[in-house]
Design a protein around this ligand. Sequence first.
Ligand code: PLP
Length: 429
Amino acid sequence: MKEIVPSVPPIVRNDVASVQALYQKNVVPSYGRFDIALSHGAGSYVFDVTGKRYLDFGGGIAVTSLGHGHPAITEALIEQSRKLVHISNLYYHEPQGRLAEALVNLIAPGKVFFCNSGAEANEGLFKLARKFGHDEGRYEILTAFNSFHGRTLAGIAATGQDKVKKGFEPMMPGFRHVPYNDLAAVKAAISPSTIAILIEGIQGEGGLTIASPEFLLGLRKLCDEKRMLLLMDGVQDGYFRTGRFQAFQRILENAPGAEKFLPDGISMAKSLGGGFPIGAFWARAPYGDLLGPGTHGTTFGGTPLGCAVAMKILEIVRREKLADNTQMIGEYLKTQLQALAKKFPHVLHEVRGLGLMIGIELAQNIPSLPGDATKTQAIRFVNLLHAAGLLTIPAGTNVIRLLPALNLSQREADEGLGIIESVAAKLAG
Ligand code: PLP
């Protein structure tokens, strides 16, 4: 196979300000962005327009599963785009069928619907649940406080955080929030209209909280008793991020009675396309047949190009044993970070996570933390890491998230740890 390496621009111009000016004039200002303009990447590194190199521990928020500019992905894009980039879902094509088969084989018998994003994948699950409960007049979906399920109108109604809803009321009806990891509270919240429960195995945006095995097993039992669907949002924590295909598989690895655990639906996106936008939901048999012809669809869902890229990623994940790498490097990173938290308790409060989904909770009120005091501690800490050459993602107000590529090497892990230690040491004085 011919290697295609991303070309480095011959002239590096210091034009962060001019790129920002283009945004300020022309782009809807809905994101709080950092003062960094990126131009290209290679593996786990990205470069900004001034030529500064960053080690990327954010992975585009859990997206770039194989890092940047992976030659096999470039090759797959080229090869498939020569054949067929897009064809309507009015027709069949092999890449979509093959990818659906691969995903079904990774989980359990069922069917897959393809879309373009995580929010859309969840929308599909909401429609599936409503269709399931329609004839009985059941439509309500319970989700957790602090959850995140996307920015569409149903997505913000489903998300258990007020900040995403503010200004967009009235909320779409049919969603109610329950405390995470509190089975008794979920039980008490079920009404005659409730048809499904949707939860993340690990709450990512909400600050990195892991579901307990007892909670997951209890929800399954509850859903069976009440004939409700158990839906899992695997958009961020799925696709081998924890070292297993889905986070619930990792969480339940050694839990007694978990051998037969299966949700009824799973949403996916992010790492599935490694940066190429593709989303999907899987619905367990027989629920995969609930959405018949004409009930759901999207123009770009499961294009030949997106599916070919996703198949190539899966092939590489398997060939290079990246699930094992994720477990091994993830465990190493977590242990080392926990040691740093012991060393600098007034800066780093707690480290938690599974695989390469790790959260570092900062200590409350770090007096030496510089920056705009109106910004959260998480944002100010991330800014310091940027200055030192490491990209990470804030979660909630006080947690730093690490979501690097699944092929992160030991050397890269050590480099990132060195940067985090240097920043923590400086703050600790
Ligand atoms: N669900 C979870 C758990 C997420 O973390 C996200 C995005 O961060 C979404 C859904 C929404 O995905 P997207 O941004 O692709 O619409």
